[in-house]
Design a protein around this ligand. Sequence first.
Ligand SMILES: Cc1cc2nc3c(=O)[nH]c(=O)nc-3n(C[C@H](O)[C@H](O)[C@H](O)COP(=O)(O)O)c2cc1C
Length: 185
Amino acid sequence: MDVSQAIKERRAYRSLISVRIPDDLIEDLARSAQLAPSCFNNQPWRFVFVRSPEMLERMHEALSSGNVWAHAASMIIAVLSKKEDDCIIRDRIYYQFDCGLAAGFLILRATELGLVAHPIAGYSPKKTKEILGIPEEYQVITLIIVGKHAEQISPVLSDNQKAAEKKRPERKKISEFVSFDRIEG
Ligand SMILES: Cc1cc2nc3c(=O)[nH]c(=O)nc-3n(C[C@H](O)[C@H](O)[C@H](O)COP(=O)(O)O)c2cc1C
């Protein structure tokens, strides 16, 4: 699969079936994140790969009610960082940007490997930190929910979530976010 195919195939699916997560898969995903660019090559990201059934079950407590579908995760990847670990150039604070790039690389690689890798913001960072032993100074930037896409739509989804399984949510028109040479008006 080439990059443009992976970009097109990636979807934030919520109907998941279980998939085995061997060590070499985790290494492969970590290697993809490792090669992402970062400010001054600071590589501010940290990832906690949660895959044991006991820890996955404990993570249910950290998920928001709209993310019950994520109880079917085969792995949850917590993406962590802190602003001191990356460039701060006046009002430009780069740690979340660089973690987003690394997470994006990881998500595309997971897509290429036939997996769903769905980032979420709907979780309690406090509970996530308690469960995963994450030091207070870190920010939990996202959790990436990993599994295999199920053909059957999960019954726990809301109507909107069910609709999004069938059809990718609409995007803004390119003309709404692209300008040529300078922004007019
Ligand atoms: C930072 C971030 C937070 C998100 N949080 C959630 C979430 O809490 N729950 C959820 O079901 N989807 C979440 N999503 C997925 C988006 O809803 C999804 O990417 C968007 O609707 C577009 O759909 P697509 O990725 O399938 O194209 C999140 C995505 C991102 C990047």
